[in-house]
Design a binder for this molecule. Structure first.
Ligand code: GDP
Length: 456
């Protein structure tokens, strides 16, 4: 492959910068721009994975001093000969060295071209390449964990497993098409066995598709709103869950006027909590804005914790809130169990479902509340190591594969000729190959790498 070069470190943000050169002639280009200080370190004789200190030059003019690191094909990120020159971190000097590399025979790398070459050289799969961008963009521990799980190739292995199963059934169907069974009984036995196995693949596909939600939850967490009339104890609960004093707790009604947000971890899951302003009718202009915001947040939250002060009977405002919440994903929370509970529990249960009783003040019932959150969000234990769909492209391929698998099953159950099922199984296989990158088109690959930065 022709030789490409780019600055691989972010510009202007560090003490050092690194220029990466990759391709058949990478070491030749490196030799033209880098002179080792000590003669024993001639670029020609350097082994892979070795470094040398020396001078970086542009046609004989010394630009900087730095380190050259050499990798020899196939033992490099791209799978090609690669040189990495580390210099002082200024933007100007890094660009000058890059120009020197271009003069010495390299061409400018396009976005993600190093990773694209790694893909083309079989160093990583398409799904692993996609996770590289997720690692770069990861802005939280959760996002990093999710991207890391993908770089380990878990999804790729999961898809490979599905492809093998499909290939084996598909091959049997093809043999049958060429040499149909002699008797009707044998025909039926074959057909039943194919159907059983495709059914199993279909179940695997369903679980793979539901893993997309796992990925979203891992990366982004769940949005949870804490709603309730003033003084129910929303801010106290928020502070309790987040371990900080972000929400103001007072016994003066209407203290929380704006939405207070906080991310907290619940085991592996991140809850993006918002403590909503007490929802009630008010004439106070500022409080009114808070209440309106809270109401619209109820619609966009994935889960609502509806809090009630258990030491009081339900007020009209509580009842209005209950009405507003009906049909939403709600966990009713009866607070202040350290006091005498006089609230109408049955009314709450009948309108909003099973409630959890807590004392936010004395920290009791919190474990039960966490359990209820997990059950309500239908979150199974997240196991990223078993592979999950990480983006919309992957999900779209998986949906198409699943539709073909269902069509194959339909063909077999409805007594159509086996070749229809065979064609559908083959089409499903192609979608899975597209997902893993085995047969992704140039267009798909290019669109993925456009999201990368130059130098990666
Ligand atoms: P919010 O208006 O719903 O945010 O309610 P706050 O969290 O500000 O709490 C209102 C009042 O109720 C404060 O005086 C809290 O100390 C008190 N409070 C909150 N939770 C409990 C609880 O579990 N038991 C008791 N006895 N008081 C509580």
């Amino acid at each position: 492959m022709n030789c490409i070069a780019a600055i691989s470190t972010p510009l202007n943000t560090g003490g050092v910068a690194m220029i990466r050169i990759s391709g058949d002639d990478a070491l030749e280009v490196a030799k033209r721009v880098f002179s080792p200080k000590y003669p024993c370190n001639s670029v020609d004789t350097m082994e892979g994975y070795t470094a040398a200190y020396g001078f970086i030059e542009d046609e004989g003019e010394k630009l900087d001093d730095g380190i050259l690191l050499v990798y020899k094909a196939p033992h490099s990120y791209t799978g090609e000969n690669t040189a990495e020159i580390t210099c002082h971190g200024g933007v100007y000097i890094a660009k000058r060295i890059l120009q020197a590399c271009i003069k010495a025979g390299a061409s400018l790398a396009s976005p993600g071209e190093f990773t694209k070459r790694a893909l083309l050289n079989g160093k990583l799969s398409l799904t692993e390449a996609e996770s590289v961008i997720d690692i770069i963009n990861a802005g939280s521990e959760q996002m990093l964990k999710s991207a890391r799980a993908q770089t380990d190739g878990a999804l790729y292995r999961r898809i490979e497993g599905l492809c093998e199963k499909l290939l084996s059934v598909g091959a049997e169907i093809s043999v049958w098409i060429d040499y149909p069974d002699e008797s009707e009984d044998e025909d039926k036995i074959s057909c039943d066995s194919w159907r059983e196995r495709i059914e199993e693949i279909s179940l695997d596909m369903e679980s793979l598709l539901s893993s997309y939600d796992t990925g979203v939850i891992m990366r982004e967490g769940i949005t949870v709103a804490i709603a309730g009339t003033p003084n129910a104890g929303k801010s106290t609960l928020m502070n309790l869950l987040s371990g900080t004093e972000k929400s103001i707790v007072t016994d003066i009604e209407g203290t929380t006027r704006d939405i207070v947000e906080q991310s907290v971890s619940l085991g592996d899951i991140r809850l993006n909590l918002s403590d909503l302003a007490g929802i009630r009718k008010t004439e106070d202009r500022v409080e009114k804005i808070g209440v309106e915001k809270s109401i619209s947040r109820l619609d966009t939250s994935q889960l609502i914790l509806a809090m009630f002060d258990g030491s009081r009977a339900l007020s009209d405002e509580d009842k209005a809130l209950i009405e507003m919440l009906s049909g939403k994903n709600v966990i009713p929370v009866i607070n202040k169990t350290d006091l005498d509970i006089t609230i109408e529990k049955d009314y709450i249960k009948n309108h909003l479902g099973d409630y959890v009783e807590i004392s936010a003040k004395n920290i009791t019932g919190v474990e039960e509340l966490k359990e209820a959150v997990i059950t309500h969000c239908k979150i199974k234990k997240l196991s990223p190591e078993s592979g999950f769909l990480a983006n919309e492209r992957q999900r779209e391929c998986a949906i198409r594969a699943y539709e073909h698998i269902r069509a194959a099953l339909y063909a077999l159950s409805e007594g159509m000729t086996a070749d229809v099922a065979g064609l559908e199984a083959e089409a499903a296989l192609q979608c899975l190959y597209e997902l893993s990158g085995k047969s992704a088109s140039e267009e798909v690959i290019d669109s993925i790498f456009q999201r990368f930065c130059v130098g990666k």
